[in-house]
Design a protein around this ligand. Structure first.
Ligand SMILES: [Fe+2]
Length: 230
């Protein structure tokens, strides 16, 4: 498998490039608009063809590269069915698979950070978007966020995966790049709660500032990062 973890310094976003083999198909998860040229160069250097660009949810902290990648490479653009946007060519549902050659990513619906948050599972790793971060969890106080739904996504789905499953989140602010389900179960402070109500109380007490780019990023991302395409 070809696997690359790319980092956007401005928004601390991780973007993931996946392909089964040289000369084959590739998929990007959570690409950032400003890094479009870097992605296009990398897929050329690795001799893969970008067939799909995916967002795990509508981001509030950066503008997506889905539209720019579609314009430059002709790739499909995909978001979950709960993302009520017309700008993507594929709406996936839980239980479906996103496929690039023989790599098949299982789609998991993991709402809570937003109501359109999805995770993507390979046999040895899971891409958790902002649902499960390393030693953290995505905030639940805007974009139809819901701490109770996030508790169910975490404890009912993601933390039930085998403990050695690698966890690749959409962001990290502390220099961490990868974790495992078992490591997060034991050491993620947000997960050391007695039950759902305790988790809801914890999340509702965070009092976070809005992301700096929120008023720009959310409407732009509803249009795949290309306003005129809305
Ligand atoms: Fe987010």
């Amino acid at each position: 498998m070809i696997f690359r973890q790319l980092f956007d310094k401005t928004s601390s976003t991780y973007t993931y490039l996946l392909a089964e083999r040289r000369g084959g198909e590739a998929l990007l998860i959570d690409p950032v608009l400003e890094n479009t040229a870097q992605y296009v160069r990398l897929i050329e250097e690795l001799d893969v063809k970008l067939v799909m660009a995916v967002d795990s949810h509508i981001h509030a902290d950066h503008v997506t590269a889905l539209g720019s990648l579609r314009e430059q490479t002709g790739c499909a653009t995909a978001m979950g069915a709960m993302t009520r946007t017309e700008c993507v060519s594929v709406h996936f549902h839980e239980g479906e698979k996103l496929c690039v050659d023989k790599l098949h990513l299982d789609v998991l619906y993991t709402p809570g950070h937003t109501d359109d948050s999805y995770s993507f599972l390979l046999p040895d790793r899971v891409f958790t978007g902002d649902t499960l971060l390393i030693r953290g969890t995505g905030r639940t106080d805007f974009q139809n966020g819901d701490a109770a739904a996030q508790y169910d996504s975490l404890f009912g789905k993601l933390l039930r995966l085998p403990e050695d499953t690698l966890v690749y989140p959409a962001h990290d602010y502390n220099g961490m790049t990868v974790s495992t389900v078992g490591e997060e179960k034991r050491h993620n402070p947000r997960l050391q709660v007695s039950g759902k109500q305790a988790y809801i109380d914890l999340m509702n007490g965070l009092e976070l500032d809005d992301p700096r780019l929120m008023d720009i990023a959310v409407p732009a991302n509803r249009a795949c990062g290309i306003p005129h395409a809305a």
